[in-house]
Design a protein around this ligand. Structure first.
Ligand SMILES: [Zn+2]
Length: 338
């Protein structure tokens, strides 16, 4: 921790973020998969994945929400694994890590976004009409993501490590849309910079209205490659929203050509989209995902090597279009190595 402030709630949050970065991926992303996602009985009026839907264990939430007018929006990365096949489990693990293991009482961010562009409600805000807000939807709940500057500062964390790889196209599109909604809701100029005044202790900071964690503190967050995109993101948020595309790519022509312990999986999509395969040995519960190829194409090829010989594998191909619509091939197909 490099913050020199007293150990306020914000400073403690900085410890959490730092440890997530330094501690690499294991503790944060692999700690717990106990809770179930998309629990039955969750009421949902927004497209945001609510705490109920991602399976937040509310018995470990011990921090009473406080609300202030929003002044700033700060972007983070979670420094967890890229190519995450169970992001809801990662959100639960981050929550448990920050709330329980580090003793902070709740998750540090107001929102999180996964590689498929799904937005997750973070910080608990009680009886809200829009996640992370008070009942009137005008004030934002205080979280714990920037040391000493949390009240009125909305933290949005992209799942993954964006130090040398950029956000996925789907995550980027979702971030821009969320930022667009939030600056509109709160009357914040997306390309502006102004003096942040902490409404609790009066301290001030002069930062961009849409900033990265590193603009506030000595941290690598939100990752150098992604951070370089912030000017373009501000510009996109200020402009008109892109035309709505709600149709997932149509997958066709899926084939798997086996050569000993290697396989080449090919498919086509009816619109430009990303490329990834998830596979597992028959009988194994968890999928292994190939590295995400973020380039948008209609002809997809993925080579997978190092497979066990004479073994049957199940696989699905996954493509995401520029608007974040996800297509996963069904039913599950199989191939057998030679
Ligand atoms: Zn951060």
């Amino acid at each position: 921790m490099r913050a020199t402030t007293r150990p306020t709630r914000g400073a403690r949050a900085a410890i959490a973020v730092t440890l997530l970065v330094v501690g690499a991926t294991g503790d944060a992303s692999g700690a717990t998969t106990g809770a179930t996602s998309a629990q039955a009985g969750c009421s949902d009026t927004t497209e945001i994945v609510t705490r109920c839907e991602w399976g937040a264990d509310e018995t470990i939430m011990t921090w009473a929400p406080e609300f202030y007018a929003a002044q700033k929006l700060t972007v983070h990365h979670t420094a967890t694994s890229n190519g995450d096949v169970d992001p809801a489990a990662t959100v639960r693990a981050i929550y448990r890590y920050q709330a329980v293991d580090l003793g902070f009482g709740d998750i540090g961010y107001q929102y999180l976004i996964d590689e498929n562009g799904r937005v997750y409600e973070g910080r608990y805000s009680g009886d809200d009409s829009y996640p992370a807000h008070d009942p009137t939807g005008t004030k934002v709940v205080t979280a714990a993501h920037v040391a000493g500057s949390n009240s009125g500062n909305i933290g949005i964390a992209l799942l993954g490590t964006l130090t040398s790889v950029d956000a996925t196209i789907a995550a980027r599109a979702a971030l821009e849309q969320l930022l667009r909604e939030l600056v509109t809701r709160h009357g914040i100029s997306s390309q502006g910079a102004s003096l942040y005044v902490n409404p609790v202790n009066g301290t001030t900071r002069d930062v961009a209205n849409i900033s990265g964690h590193r603009d506030w503190a000595a941290t690598e967050c939100p990752g150098g490659t992604f951070y370089a995109q912030l000017p373009a993101i501000r510009e996109a948020v200020a402009g008109a929203p892109p035309p709505t595309d709600t149709a997932a790519p149509l997958i066709s022509g899926v084939t798997a050509v086996v050569n000993n312990s290697n396989v080449s999986v090919r498919w086509n999509t009816d619109e430009a989209s990303t490329t990834r395969v998830q596979y597992r040995r028959t009988g194994v519960a968890t999928w292994t995902a190939t590295a995400l190829d973020n380039r948008l194409t209609i002809a997809h090829t993925v080579a997978i090597g190092g497979l066990a010989r004479r073994t049957t594998y199940e696989y699905q191909v996954v493509s995401v279009d520029a608007a974040g619509n996800v297509a996963t091939s069904t039913p599950v197909r199989t191939f057998k190595t030679a």
